[in-house]
Design a protein around this ligand. Structure first.
Ligand code: ARG
Length: 463
């Protein structure tokens, strides 16, 4: 499989809109718009929606930069399985500019580790499901998620927020097909094309921002991930013996050039997936808390995402005033959790974005990184908006920092705690608030007395 590296959207018959009326005609069935991937689950969904719900199915295939064997084949499969139309939508440009750029500005990492690969794509796909539903008069939208993942929440919450009147169908969650073998048997009996290949051992979801791998042997959190789960990153032990340096330019928080060459953010992502992935950087192995209450073991590879977030943070370190930087950290965590939990279109997320966007105005400059055998290290940063002041920072002769002012600063800074400490001592450290630590105080007192003894004896010995 290959990543489609063609970055400029091309008008082709592949992307032609389905030739359908804007509403079901008289006597025609109601319509449902299905998020379609070409895999077994969503293929069975097409037939299931037709047979169990009596609906006409319009498939929507999103191109988010995932690996594929050709979207023409995916479209042909949807139609061969019985969909009355199939819209293949190149979402890569808007995914990069409207979704990934916001995620990067937020340095978004769920649980400080996962750059939200799948969580970022679901709201965009949902937006297109709703648009196609409106275009062709569908009352329903459907997805092929199971009942215990996060993705069902993201699809459905997004659709509900975009058009609360649409009804959502979730066949995989609802059907009683039991295990995979039963599903394959049902598919074969209903003329759903089933690939003759052995069942893929993992559940994979991928896009421009990375690749999520779960299930199979990975369900044992003690089991080291097999080498073959990774496709975007080389094994760090097999990465080149010499480091690769890259320079990334940012303009108001958005990457705008790579190694001095101006290029669109989308192209920078593609290039960094190759460069960082080629140096074995970007792998994540974690146990993650799903919204539905389940801990799951997840492996990811996100070479460009992790490189860009690291670079972006380094530039912010230089350009953001201290209290803004510190406050932004709490917003970043809340942003990641909100998006992870499927609330991309919520007013809270919108408010976070407003704060973050404001902070990005001065995040312009260049970051230099060194990629080497699975590591990525920031080795330089510069900006016209840099708040780094050499005179204040240096320990050399050029030192411009007012050392004398530090004394008064510390007196005032610690004044209230000093008053508190004095009061505590005056009360023999036996105020009710300290009742619990009396034992500790007693032990501490004993240590102090012992130390005083030693000092006294030492003093006597010297005299
Ligand atoms: N655990 C990740 C998330 O919730 C990845 C989900 C990937 N989905 C999949 N079908 N493999 O965002």
């Amino acid at each position: 499989m290959t990543q489609n590296t063609q970055t400029s959207p091309v008008a082709s018959s592949l992307h032609a809109a389905p030739q359908l009326s804007s509403q079901p005609g008289p006597g025609e069935k109601e319509r449902v718009v299905l998020a379609y991937s070409g895999g077994l689950d969503t293929s069975v969904c097409i037939k299931w929606l037709q047979e169990e719900y009596g609906l006409d199915v319009i498939a929507v295939v999103g191109d988010l930069g995932q690996e594929h064997d050709g979207l023409e084949a995916v479209k042909a499969k949807a139609l061969a399985t019985g969909a009355i139309g199939c819209a293949v939508v190149d979402m890569r440009q808007s995914f990069a500019d409207e979704y990934l750029a916001c995620a990067l500005a937020a340095n978004a990492m769920y649980e400080n580790k996962y750059p939200l690969v799948s969580a970022l794509s679901r709201p965009l796909i949902a937006k297109h499901l709703v648009a196609v539903a409106h275009q062709f008069g569908a009352k329903y939208v459907a997805h092929g998620c199971t009942g215990k993942g996060n993705d069902q929440v993201r699809f459905e919450s997004s659709v509900l927020m975009l058009d609360p009147a649409l009804q959502i169908l979730s066949p995989v969650r609802d059907w009683d097909l039991g295990c995979r073998a039963d599903e394959i048997a049902w598919a074969a009996a209903h003329n759903v094309p089933v690939k003759a290949t052995a069942e893929a051992p993992y559940s994979i979801d991928d896009n421009l921002w990375g690749r999520a791998i779960e299930c199979g042997v990975l369900e044992d959190p003690w089991c080291e991930p097999p080498a073959d789960i990774y496709t975007m990153t080389v094994d760090p032990t097999e990465a080149p013996d010499a480091p690769t340096y890259v320079e990334i330019d940012f303009e108001a928080g958005v990457p705008c050039a790579l190694n001095g060459e101006t290029m669109p953010f989308l192209d920078i992502i593609y290039a960094l997936n190759d460069i960082a992935g080629g140096n074995g950087f970007g792998r994540i192995d974690m146990v993650e808390n799903r919204l539905v209450g389940v801990k799951s073991r997840e492996c990811y590879e996100a070479p460009a995402a992790l490189t860009l977030i690291q670079a972006h943070k380094a530039l912010e370190d230089l350009c953001l005033e201290r209290s803004v930087l510190h406050y932004k950290l709490t917003i970043e965590q809340a942003w990641a959790e909100t998006v992870y939990n499927g609330l991309w279109f919520s007013p809270l997320k919108e408010a976070f974005d407003a704060f973050i966007a404001h902070t990005q105005q001065c995040v312009t400059g260049t970051v230099k990184l060194k990629l080497y055998k699975g590591s990525c290290t920031v080795v330089g940063r510069k900006s016209v908006y840099s708040l780094y002041d050499f005179g204040l920072a240096t320990y050399d002769a050029d030192d411009a920092f007012d050392h004398a002012a530090a004394k008064g600063f510390i007196d005032i800074h610690s004044l209230s705690c000093k008053v508190w400490a004095e009061n505590r001592l005056a009360n023999d450290a036996r105020m009710p608030a300290f009742a619990d630590v009396d034992a500790t105080n007693a032990a501490y007192q004993a240590v102090v007395e012992e130390a005083e003894d030693i000092i006294e004896h030492a003093g006597a010995a010297v005299a």
